[in-house]
Design a protein around this ligand. Structure first.
Ligand code: DNO
Length: 396
């Protein structure tokens, strides 16, 4: 019998209202964490890593994955200072490897990490979900950010729908939408101001998707040989949402992108975080097919589901519901495990985490990071491990 996927849970650190003892009760054995308090670009010292590691170990867990060591904007922009930041990144990787952690997640999304327009979208059963509404993004882009080029990117019809949407918002709602879109890195409370965000957009005005991809390849070629020596598996997280927004370019949105990335610097250390939620926001991403074709490069699994609506909007559905067929996804993952077993690989128990969860039941009593409720995620994890067990028992 092949081993189970390693069940993990994201923990944002001591300030996370979902505590390690609470996570123990979910049945997860691995923790996914990062030193969110260290500013992006600075070295994570051995002492800081070991303090976090002790907390995780003492609570009875393995620190399975670092998510994320974030990439400094100068690397994404290809600025001369990037070499210094790459040095810092390598130093962090060395310290992470010395602590015995061997999977590192990162993303290459300019400025903003994942982006939503609504953090408390109520479903029919009153569960609270995250939502991305295309007309809300258009409204923000055209009439709040007032990005000039946006007027060439949206049709007249879209522009008038966006105007209507704007008129329907109270001052309070406009503020909330702005805050929601401009929220910065996960695990922080940082929110960009419109002025700061405009500054960033200016910096990106000369970096299109090709340039951004080249900057990613430069980064990978600089770090992957060392990562390989350190036995660290790097795994890029797909763009979320997986298409350009607010004039910012995208490089990890489709199967072609992911193929380009793994081919740019072939190595078992140059891999992918397979996020079914991010990739699933595009109907043309065939996720079981991506797993079948790129499976050997997958070092980390984010399992969640989105329900796609017309015109690019989506909301986060229950883990086994939504537009992605999780049965087919899980089957493809198990098939990849079988391939690994045949190839004699030692990474068959791929770490997976239930990504995001609805707010349900007692979750409303805690001020958790958006998407990171305890019970909602536990429900997702329970469903996913049941699905995994069911398929394994019938197929194998
Ligand atoms: C969303 C997560 C992302 C992810 C980073 C990866 O909840 O999947 O925050 O951690 O984008 O670098």
């Amino acid at each position: 019998m092949i081993p189970d996927l390693e069940q993990t849970f994201r923990w944002f650190g001591p300030a996370d209202p979902v505590t390690l003892p609470a996570i123990r009760q979910t049945g997860a054995s691995g923790i996914v964490s990062a030193l969110h308090h260290i500013p992006c670009g600075e070295v994570w010292s051995a002492a800081e890593i070991s303090a976090r590691h002790d907390m995780i170990k003492n609570a009875g867990f393995r620190w399975a994955v670092v998510e994320s060591v974030n990439i400094h904007e100068s690397i994404k922009l290809g600025r001369p200072e990037r070499d210094q930041y790459i040095e810092n990144y390598l130093e962090t990787l060395k310290n992470v490897a010395n602590a015995g952690i061997h999977v590192v997640c990162y993303n290459f999304m300019p400025v903003l990490d994942w982006t939503r327009t609504h953090l408390d979208y109520r479903l029919a059963n009153n569960a609270s979900a995250l939502r991305y509404e295309a007309s809300a993004i258009a409204t923000f882009d055209l009439y709040i950010l007032e990005r000039e080029k946006a007027f060439d990117e949206f049709t007249d019809e879209q522009q008038s729908a966006a105007k209507q949407y704007l008129d329907s918002l109270s001052a309070q709602e406009t503020k909330l939408l702005t805050r929601t879109i401009l929220a910065g890195l996960p695990g922080t409370d940082e929110v960009f101001t419109i002025a700061q965000f405009k500054e960033y957009l200016k910096k990106y005005s000369e970096t299109d998707a090709d340039a951004l991809k080249n900057n990613l390849f430069y980064f990978l070629r600089a770090i992957i040989p060392t990562a390989q020596e350190l036995d660290i598996k790097m795994c890029i997280h797909p763009d979320d949402p997986p298409f350009p927004i607010l004039g910012l370019p995208r490089v990890a949105s489709t199967e072609n992108d992911l193929t380009d990335i793994v081919n740019s610097c072939p190595s078992s250390s140059n891999g992918i975080t397979l996020c079914t939620g991010s990739l699933g926001a595009r109907a043309d991403n065939d996720i079981p097919g991506i797993i079948a074709r790129l499976g050997q490069h997958i070092h980390f699994l984010h399992l969640r589901n989105v329900k796609r609506e017309s015109n690019g909007s989506f909301y986060e559905a229950e883990h086994l519901a939504g537009s992605t067929d999780m049965y087919q996804v899980m089957k493809a993952i198990i098939n990849e495990q079988l391939q690994r077993e045949k190839a004699g690989r030692d990474d068959i128990a791929i770490p997976m985490r239930p990504d995001h969860g609805h707010k349900i039941l007692d979750d409303y009593n805690y001020n958790t990071y958006p998407g990171y409720s305890a019970i909602g995620r536990l429900k997702g994890l329970a469903e996913l491990r049941g699905l995994e067990m069911g398929i394994k028992r019938t197929l194998i």
